[in-house]
Design a protein around this ligand. Structure first.
Ligand code: MLT
Ligand code: ZN
Length: 451
């Protein structure tokens, strides 16, 4: 490996390898053989060939902010750290695009785009560590997905390396290109199991200059869903984000931030919304929120207060993780089923264990709920099965934005048909026949899929 990437970019020392051994939640771990840090697609290709020859598996590692163990090695795997795939090209103002290395953090990409008066369309709380390559590989969503779509909507092309060392390059950024299969699209959301994404051609957006943020307390999930429908009707494209969290989420956020509840009374559910426009949108907010909702509302007009309101929502992942080992589910359900689904989860969890603490928060605007269980010692398999069945019964998906990784592969089945899983297996066999990349991730074990 050293002959490919240089001595300094091969990590073999146990102490230095420790950073790769655990995922962010510390629920997944493994002891890698070594970690390598290539700086180009060509170097990645040579690393892949060496690993393939030695029959050693490879796991891709970006910012390590994933929550499903997808970037955590199994014992004996080689970690391919994308940190040196860090180039950023100039912003092309005519196409509103630029090319970034897979290892560039979202925050750096945002700074670069903003310097040209544009922005990356996807934003999420882990922006200082999450990498563009990892975000494409997991089709990250985040808070602005209801307005601009998930990462998939921002990708105009990729450069990627197959496990046999061949490099696929589609970086010209054509918006219209129907010549054959859309290979970059195939790699979006493939979580490092089909190829290593090394560079990304990103489409940028021009976000409006002014915004207002409001936190509204409501008495039921049904009210929150109705509010979203009204806001959509009244605000159209000026509605940039609608997030939510529950009462326990508010308590955890206050404790973690050491701040007070921004609303004077307690509520069952909190909706955080952001409106953006070319003119000051405060008037739009006043016209969009009326009745009891307008009486339990905190409004932030300046940047600092807006950040403060957002912090209650953005700290939740850290807040629940800090409480100890958590069972986490990242699900999507149709808007019309959200209230019913939340009630059904509550009943199910109480049936398993009366003392369980259920914390639900996420992205209400696109039906993406993060379901977290604390204070319990439950049989994970039993909860997995019950929740995935509830998700399937409500027409949902068991992964909205975090992917499948190691954590959810056994429960892919209820929401993906056998035909779909077989097609996924066929693609995997075709692109990575030696099973070098992302072994035992994403695709269900054969026995769990009934074949
Ligand atoms: C979020 O929305 O905060 C992130 O997706 C992480 C999570 O808390 O599950
Ligand atoms: Zn999220």
């Amino acid at each position: 490996m050293a002959s490919i990437v240089g001595d300094a970019n091969v990590v073999a020392n146990r102490d230095q390898l420790a950073v790769y051994e655990y995922d962010w939640t510390r629920r997944w771990h493994g002891r890698p053989l070594l970690a390598v840090r290539p700086s180009s697609a060509e170097e990645v290709a040579r690393v892949f060939c060496a690993c393939r020859e030695a029959s050693v598996g490879i796991v891709m590692h970006g910012g390590n902010t994933g929550l499903v163990g997808g970037a955590t090695p199994f014992d004996g795997e080689v970690v391919l750290d994308t940190v040196r795939l860090a180039g950023i090209g100039d912003v092309d103002r005519s196409s509103r695009q630029f090319t970034v290395g897979a290892g560039v953090t979202l925050e750096r990409a945002q700074e670069h785009a903003r310097a040209a008066g544009l922005d990356v369309a996807v934003d999420l709380a882990a922006r200082s560590r999450a990498t563009i390559g990892g975000m494409v590989a997991t089709d990250a969503g985040g808070a602005l997905a209801m307005r601009y779509g998930t990462m998939r909507s921002s990708v105009a092309g990729v450069e990627a390396v197959l496990s046999d060392g061949r490099v696929l390059t589609r970086l010209s950024g054509l918006l219209k290109d129907n010549a054959g299969y859309d290979l970059p699209a195939l790699l979006i959301g493939s979580e490092g199991t089909l190829a290593a994404i090394t560079r990304v051609r990103l489409m940028l957006v021009k976000r409006p200059a002014h915004r207002v943020v409001a936190l509204i307390g409501l008495e039921s999930f049904a009210d929150a869903v109705d509010l979203v429908a009204d806001l959509r009707d009244r605000l159209g494209v000026t509605l940039e984000a609608v997030e939510f969290f529950d009462r326990i989420g508010m308590e955890l956020a206050c404790a973690r931030l050491r701040k007070r509840d921004p609303l004077p009374a307690q509520h069952v559910v909190y909706v955080l919304l952001q409106i953006a426009d070319e003119e000051d949108p405060v008037g739009l907010l006043a016209g969009a929120v009326d009745g009891p909702a307008s009486e339990a509302m905190a409004v932030a007009e300046d940047r600092e207060r807006q950040r403060a309101l957002w912090s209650y929502r953005e700290t939740l992942n850290e807040a629940v993780t800090a409480r100890g080992v958590v069972l986490k589910y990242d699900v999507s359900v149709p808007q019309a089923s959200i209230a019913q689904f939340v009630a059904a989860v509550d009943v199910q969890i109480r049936a398993f264990d009366e003392r369980a603490t259920l914390v639900i928060y996420g992205h209400l605007g696109d039906g993406n709920l993060h379901v977290n269980l604390l204070d319990v010692e439950l049989d994970e398999r039993q909860v997995d099965d019950a929740l995935s069945k509830l998700v399937a019964d409500h027409g949902g998906s068991i992964s909205a934005e975090h992917g499948i990784g190691r954590a959810k592969r056994a429960i892919l089945h209820p929401t993906r048909s056998s035909a779909e899983i077989e097609a996924m297996r066929a693609i995997k066999r075709a692109l990575d026949p030696s099973e070098t990349l992302g072994r035992e991730r994403v695709l269900p074990p054969i026995e769990a899929s009934g074949r």
